[in-house]
Design a protein around this ligand. Structure first.
Ligand code: DX5
Ligand code: ZN
Length: 217
């Protein structure tokens, strides 16, 4: 188990994105979380391939790209080529585990890690056949689409279940949690076995961001 932190740029000040990136890099964050939305899989839009390619090489953190898009097959590859170190797509956006497996293979062929995400209403069972193939599982603790929502405790049971499955079978797969993470929900997620915590509105725009990052570890 790890205690990595992944600041979500969704809550960052886009008019000074490089400063925001440098700020969290200097505080020792291991991952940089990019939220990609296509206006179809979720109603909003956010970061694009161009954004990732402009900033991916300007810092040393792992570019952790979460694609909330309806056609991950095409999009995943574009982000891998744009400098993503890991691309995480949603199981709800693909028809079957076999199709998901093909996307995972195509990411790996480009030397990019692959993650699979489940929304609050999706069971761990839906991605169980992929656990030996993916590098990461992203458990959504809010409905994907926007920041600043309240943490849904249903995520905790799923983290625990994933932790058990991963440890029992020795899978090389990290557990990441995204949505409504703050000092209190972080503690609960760590206790259940989360490796990476994504946080947007809890971190960006606060004077004490340094201390806040520490509370997530
Ligand atoms: C939601 C995004 C999250 C979001 C988290 O769809 O995937 O990464 O930025 O925001 P907070 O931390 O504010 O809940
Ligand atoms: Zn996200």
């Amino acid at each position: 188990m790890n205690n990595f932190v992944a600041p979500s740029l969704l809550a960052a000040d886009k008019t000074k994105l490089l400063d925001e990136i440098k700020l969290v890099e200097n505080e020792g964050c291991e991952y940089l979380h990019w939220d990609v939305m296509d206006g179809v899989f979720v109603p909003n839009t956010s970061y694009t391939v161009e954004d990732v390619s402009s900033f991916a090489k300007k810092h040393k953190m792992i570019n952790d790209v979460h694609i909330m898009v309806a056609n991950p097959k095409e999009e995943a590859i574009k982000f891998a080529k744009a400098g993503a170190d890991i691309v995480t797509f949603h199981i709800e956006a693909v028809n079957c585990p076999v199709c998901a497996g093909k996307i995972i293979n195509s990411l790996h062929a480009l030397n990019c890690k692959a993650g699979i995400s489940i929304k609050p209403g999706t069971k761990v069972k839906a991605i169980e056949p992929l656990l030996d193939k993916v590098d990461l599982v992203l458990v959504m603790s809010v409905e994907p689409g926007k920041g600043g929502q309240k943490f849904m405790p249903v995520a905790l049971r799923k983290i625990k279940k994933l932790r058990r499955l991963i440890d029992k079978n020795n899978y090389n797969c990290l557990i990441e949690v995204d949505g409504g993470i703050n000092n209190e929900t972080a503690k609960k997620c760590r206790k259940c076995g989360a490796d990476i915590l994504v946080a947007g509105s809890y971190l960006f725009g606060h004077e004490d961001i340094k201390e806040r990052i520490q509370t997530l570890r």
